[in-house]
Design a protein around this ligand. Structure first.
Ligand code: GUN
Length: 280
């Protein structure tokens, strides 16, 4: 039987309606500052989406677009000003930054209380010890989707393919906190299929089209595709060979329309959380 499609777009619409209601109930409007440096076309699209999402949910947003040649000092000074502003609850610096920037230093300059991406080492550490302040957006969106479809990771073998700081590592941590047995695979894993075939829940977060084929998936597994790759025709696809894997999996996320919309929702959720912590 073909897999049930996990509809991230529909769930995102539902979550956004809830967030909008919660924002309206606050005493003051939450505020998000979005920083973009240079003219990476993908970053421009992401930032536009984030601003539109804020508008839809009643969150105030400001964009700071710095030129490609901007200096580290200029960006750090901007972050310093935003850190001190009471109307700004969240600060997001879109990655990647042009190569003259020290990305790590930039992320560490953001007030951890306004770090709605959950990239600051303080927040990463809090997540690691099971006391998260903010939730990492993409992994948290995955957990929301699992919950929505009644898929409990407890006692399951979850295999995460990819070990990035943004997705793979925090995803493993969130699943672990929900009592899953977690394996992380990566480019140096010798026989990837031998590990992925053990997965009850398989999360692919590599960025390599058709990496996960049907022979690498256990019958009835839940398959979550976090990746966003571009095909020759400009259309999006994930890491999973969707058509063949959908014949074998019990649940599967499409690309687009799966993890992407839920990642965006979690940013709104984190901004709401920040506003509440700031007494709004
Ligand atoms: N670049 C790609 N994904 C992200 C994200 O989630 N946050 C930021 N700040 N930059 C990104």
């Amino acid at each position: 039987m073909p897999a049930t499609i996990i509809d991230g777009k529909a769930l995102a619409a539902k979550c956004k309606a809830r967030i909008k209601g919660e924002v309206e109930a606050l005493s003051k409007r939450p505020g998000l500052a979005v920083i973009i440096v240079g003219d990476n076309p993908a970053s421009r699209i992401y930032v536009n989406h984030k601003k539109k999402d804020c508008e839809e949910c009643g969150i105030y947003s400001e964009e700071y677009a710095l030129p490609e040649q901007a200096a580290q000092k200029e960006l750090l000074e901007l972050i310093d000003v935003l850190n001190g502003r009471e109307d700004i609850d969240g600060i997001l610096c879109q990655l990647p930054l042009p190569e003259q920037f020290d990305e790590k230093a930039v992320l560490e300059a953001i007030d951890p209380g306004k770090d709605v991406d959950c990239f600051h080492p303080y927040n990463v550490g809090k997540l690691m010890i099971g006391e998260p302040v903010f939730l990492p957006c993409t992994p948290a969106g995955v957990m929301e989707m699992l919950d929505e479809y009644g898929i409990d990771p407890k006692g399951k073998h979850c295999v995460v393919v990819g070990r990035s700081n943004i997705v793979g590592k925090p995803q493993a941590m969130l699943l672990l906190h929900r009592h899953a047995t977690v394996t992380i695979c990566h480019s140096r894993t010798p026989d990837l299929g031998a590990v992925t075939r053990q997965a009850d829940i398989l999360v692919a977060a590599v960025g390599k089209r058709d990496l996960i084929t049907a022979d690498m998936v256990k019958e009835g597994a839940v398959v979550i595709d976090v990746a966003m790759n571009k095909k020759e025709d400009g259309k999006l696809c994930g890491d999973v060979a969707y058509a063949e894997v959908a014949e074998k999996a019990s649940y599967i996320t499409p690309v687009p329309g799966g993890c992407g919309p839920m990642t965006r929702v979690m940013l709104l959720q984190n901004t709401l959380t920040a506003a509440r912590t700031h007494g709004k």
